[in-house]
Design a protein around this ligand. Structure first.
Ligand code: GLN
Ligand code: ZN
Length: 750
């Protein structure tokens, strides 16, 4: 035991969905009225118990609690500080149903906004802070979990999002002031929580401040210091562990060391520079450094010897060093043991959450007792993971091959082939994923529907979607993507160098889980992936059908990616496969190809200093994928977020002929951004917010199109929804698209 009693090993959090997604099934059953609140709570308690016992049995020293959540841990923190917006409080629902109303919306009350948790694929609910919000200490949930674990004989460390990060992630309610200005009041509420935890005998609390690994102003850093001075100065409190993750703390590191907090957590995987910064900070007497040495954000086994070396450096700097995961293990699948069909050479390189706990424990011991106990290093990866021809092709690429012709030339050649009217109408790609389609997929998995039967079913759907679009009078059609379970998984299942898991589920938001593919080797395209679907759709109509691909950046963003070569190299390998696919689509008579990059913005590095290098490779990979076609083939891209400002020049640099973007919620602000940089190619700002079941009226769409026409000449302007339609129902889709087509005609005629 170290003097402060933190222990040698810990994790910052653990998956809460259960090894068989029990949480998903239980909350969905509750929402569907199939089980009551008591039954839901029983499942939750069993899941928590299971996690605590697992961690204890793995001999992890310090075990977190309050990492369970029915939906999202940021929402839980909002509840713990009384930040329940009045619009939900006044619904008069039970505590649990108020909570779910904030997460999912209710009775004409839209949900809190959902957005990405830093650079992960986890989404949190954005706290909404009104001037009237009164922060209050509501430690009940944290206390309940602590007591529940204590009853099992397990002492835990409650985890909460820290006050500074909480407010930096929050947004003001309509017409309210900046939430961050309320930090003093919020800190008082945290002081109340800490007092209650101390009264209950809680020895340590973990407050997460990941917002400080992004660029922060000196004032924001001073505010952080003030918060922990105040909390550290309380006489009734647990010991405080401030956890940071996803990158380098920079100037916030000395600021935190300037306060009385007993332990500081640093991510040494995503933020290796934290080590030098710590060394520069001077002696760390009495302080515990919690070293994030095991990657919580990827699935690869840790290089234990390298990790021990970093740990040894730390031991020379601080009195107490504890080993942890670099971030919560929430972002990786639960247990590798559930995988039965992974190739042995891949499997032996992987560690999911359960295996990462073992690594943390082992490293903690190795730091104390020396390296003797470490397992032998891995053998070299199998030779067939390398593909020399892909590598040779990439090496031989000439910059000229990445450039398309002059845009004016392209536009002429494309129009000569496409004969599109002004304000052409189109959709983003997917049409509703009906129960029927899901059933067909399930039947095929279960073996009750053979491949031929499945294909026939999907073709019938494509035919239906084409007929519908012709009837509606859309100008550029799509095949509707019925055959795709997920826009990344679909390609991952067909490309070489990728592996799929059976049970590798990771929470994306609420009850939604995804199963990201694993990119372990060189990426190869073994056969065309989309050509048959697109050409079948095109055979049914004279109007142009868009080919539909997922771009290299998005494929990487939604996969677990190998770490033995730069991301840029892997992105280029994916891009090369897509380049071949584009060429095959073109050769098969497809005149327009859309390459979706919805993740371009979300994987933007948190620190400005790192953004240029990222954008360079991201743009390079997109252009590699799309520049192999003739000038007369029109390349579209789709980006689905509205905060464009920061990356607007990067979007221009993609050099797509047409870019469709989410815009309806932000009232077309993006068009001003585009105009400001002199963007001169096609653009399709979304005129229908597909995140809501509401059908926009023709007048509303007309108004949106008119606003767009004021900013972009009609010959470059497209009329389309914000995003794909897969989550919508047919009734809304038909009505909305009818209004969309009529609105385009009305504006054209005026
Ligand atoms: N083509 C995809 C679809 O329509 C794009 C999805 C997305 O933007 N996330 O579903
Ligand atoms: Zn989208």
């Amino acid at each position: 035991m170290t003097t402060t009693g933190f222990g040698q090993s810990t994790v910052l959090g653990y998956p809460r969905i259960g090894s068989n997604r029990e949480l998903k099934h239980a909350v969905e059953a509750y929402w569907g009225g199939r089980i009551d609140a008591a039954a839901l709570e029983r499942t939750a308690a069993a899941l928590r118990t299971d996690v605590w016992r697992t961690l204890r049995d793995a001999r992890l020293d310090a075990i977190p609690s309050n990492t369970f959540s029915y939906y999202d841990h940021v929402l839980d923190t909002a509840v713990a500080v009384g930040a329940i917006p009045d619009r939900f409080a006044r619904l008069g629902l039970s505590e649990l149903d108020t909570y779910f109303a904030m997460a999912r919306g209710a009775q004409a009350q839209p949900a809190l906004e959902l957005t990405k948790w830093f650079d992960t694929n986890y989404h949190y609910l954005v706290p909404e802070i009104a001037d009237e919000t009164v922060f209050r200490a509501r430690p009940e949930q944290a206390l309940r979990e602590f007591a529940q674990a204590a009853a099992l004989g397990i002492t835990t460390r409650p985890v909460l999002v820290g006050p500074a990060t909480f407010l930096l992630l929050a947004k003001p309610a309509e017409a309210a002031g900046n939430p961050f200005d309320r930090l003093g009041e919020l800190t008082d509420a945290y002081a109340g929580i800490l007092g209650a935890l101390a009264d209950a005998g809680v020895p340590w609390v973990q407050l997460d401040e990941p917002a400080y690994v992004a660029d922060r102003t000196p004032a924001e850093i001073d505010a952080l210091r003030a918060v922990y001075h105040r909390l550290g100065g309380l006489d009734r409190r647990p010991r405080i562990f401030v956890a940071t993750y996803f990158g380098e703390l920079g100037d916030a590191l000395p600021a935190l060391l300037d306060t009385p907090v007993e332990a500081l957590g640093l991510d040494l995987v995503a933020g290796p520079g934290n080590l030098a910064r710590l060394a520069a900070a001077g002696p760390l007497r009495g302080r515990t450094i919690v070293a994030g040495l095991v990657d919580g954000h990827n699935v690869w086994r840790t290089d234990l010897r390298a990790a021990v070396a970093v740990g040894a450096t730390l031991t020379g700097l601080a009195d107490n060093v504890s080993v942890s995961s670099s971030c919560s293990l929430l972002h990786v699948p639960v247990d590798l043991a559930a995988e039965t069909s992974l190739a042995p050479a891949l499997r032996e390189r992987l560690a999911f959450a359960r295996q990462k706990v073992d690594e943390v424990v082992l490293l903690g011991r190795a730091l104390r007792d020396g390296v003797a106990a470490l397992p032998a290093p891995l053998p070299a990866p199998p030779a067939h993971w390398r593909d020399t021809s892909v590598r040779a092709r990439l090496d031989a690429l000439h910059p000229a091959q990445l450039r398309r012709g002059d845009y004016a030339e392209r536009a002429r050649a494309q129009q000569a082939r496409l004969h599109l009217p002004a304000l052409p109408t189109t959709t983003i790609g997917s049409f509703p994923q009906t129960d029927d389609l899901r059933k067909a997929r399930a039947a095929r998995r279960a073996g009750t529907l053979d491949d031929a039967g499945y294909t026939e079913r999907m073709r019938a759907e494509v035919a239906h979607v084409i007929r519908l679009q012709e009837d509606l009078g859309l100008d550029v059609l799509v095949h509707g993507e019925p055959e795709r379970n997920d826009m990344v998984q679909y390609f991952g299942e067909q490309l070489g160098g990728f592996a799929a898991t059976e049970q590798g589920w990771v929470q994306s938001y609420g009850s939604r889980c995804v199963r990201p593919p694993i990119i372990h080797g060189d990426v190869t395209r073994e056969h065309p992936m989309t050509v048959e679907w697109s050409t079948y759709a095109q055979s049914l109509t004279n109007r142009p059908v868009k080919g539909m691909l997922t771009g290299p950046v998005t494929i990487l963003a939604w996969s677990f990616v190998r770490t033995d070569q730069p991301l840029a190299d892997t992105a280029n390998q994916v891009a090369l496969a897509l380049r071949d696919e584009c060429r095959d689509l073109e050769a098969a008579g497809i005149r327009i190809i859309q390459v979706d990059e919805p993740a371009l913005r979300e994987t933007l590095p948190l620190r400005t200093a790192d953004q240029k290098a990222y954008l360079d490779w991201a743009i390079g990979a997109f252009r590699l994928a799309t520049s192999g076609v003739a000038d007369s083939t029109q390349i579209h891209t789709h980006l689905c977020y509205s905060e464009f400002g920061e990356i607007i020049t990067a979007i221009d640099a993609l050099d797509a002929d047409v870019t469709s973007i989410e815009a309806s919620r932000s009232k077309m602000e993006v068009l001003d951004d585009l105009r400001a940089i002199g963007y001169g190619r096609g653009v399709g700002p979304g005129v229908w917010d597909i995140h809501s079941p509401r059908v926009p009226s023709q007048d509303e769409v007309v108004e949106a199109v008119r606003r767009a026409v004021a900013a972009v000449p009609a010959r470059r302007l497209w009329v389309n929804p914000d995003c794909g339609l897969k989550t919508r129902g047919y009734t809304e889709v038909e009505a909305s698209l009818k209004h969309l087509v009529a609105a385009a005609a009305e504006v054209r005629g005026s």
